[in-house]
Design a protein around this ligand. Structure first.
Ligand code: OOG
Ligand code: MG
Length: 258
């Protein structure tokens, strides 16, 4: 639909210029969730036309705590591109609006994975490794405030992500039992465990694959999937030092600079 393309243009401009915007659902009432995912796809098409490349998927709102705090009652997915990936754990605030960081577990795939009836063991067979990671979310909506349709259209608040250097075999840990401690400027600000993500992060991948199947998409070999924030997102400001510790799997030190 032509209208969806116009909405995508509008969101794309705000994302590119890191500019806050009003809710899509206020400006264009009557959009469905399916429309919102289509808009998201069209926005990412524009990034790709600009020279970017899709490298994976992200799941969001996979924990009860996050659903409650954002006022959205179901998991969502978004698209990850090459330009979003940080090569070192340093966030430059230029090009962001009001960024927050979330500890996440990333899955990297050696084989494609799709279909309506994927099970956890199909996920493990297709997984090359699991890695500690973080995501920087930065909703383009004023006050980080949105409905399900708004946040889906805005690529699930995707902004940047970083995947640690050390990957672990799928069976190297009980991913639901991995504890996470987030320290900001020396103070513990969040704690959690892998189980916060739909009971077990593998369930997040299962859910993603089922959602993708509805639009005829899948996880491709070589892709990365962020399974969803393990704790509430932590606000970031210039000069912050945030240590994201994954029990027994190392700590990622994030620095925030202007
Ligand atoms: C939506 C994106 C949430 C996660 O991991 O839960 C997300 C938002 O809270 O802005 O990426
Ligand atoms: Mg996230």
């Amino acid at each position: 639909m032509e209208e969806l393309g116009r909405i995508a243009d509008w969101i794309f401009q705000h994302q590119r210029q890191a500019q806050e915007m009003g809710r899509v659902t206020d400006r264009w009432p009557g959009l469905t969730v399916e429309d919102a995912y289509r808009i998201q796809e069209l926005v990412v098409d524009r990034m790709v036309a600009d020279g970017d490349r899709v490298v994976g998927w992200k799941m969001g709102l996979t924990s009860a705590a996050k659903q409650r705090s954002m006022g959205v009652a179901e998991p969502i997915y978004g698209r990850l591109t090459a330009a979003m990936e940080l090569s070192e754990p340093v966030l430059h605030l230029a090009g962001t609006i009001h960024p927050r960081v979330e500890p996440e577990l990333a899955f990297v795939f050696k084989r494609s994975l799709g279909g309506p009836s994927v099970r956890p063991r199909d996920v493990w067979l297709a997984t090359e490794c699991v890695l500690p990671a973080f995501e920087i979310i930065d909703s383009r909506y004023q006050n980080f405030s949105f409905t399900l349709i708004d946040v889906v259209a805005d690529n699930a608040s995707g902004c940047r992500f970083y995947v640690g250097d050390q990957g672990y075999a799928p069976y190297a840990a009980r991913w639901d039992e991995v504890g996470v401690v987030v320290t900001k400027n020396g103070e513990v600000v969040q704690t959690g465990a892998g189980a916060a993500v739909l009971g077990h992060p593998v369930q997040s991948v299962v859910t993603l694959v089922r959602m993708l199947d509805r639009i005829g998409a899948q996880i491709e070999a070589g892709m990365v999937v962020l399974t969803g924030g393990i704790t509430e997102a932590v606000h970031l400001a210039a000069g912050d030092r945030v240590d994201i510790g994954f029990e027994g799997l190392g700590t990622i030190p994030l620095r925030v600079v202007t």
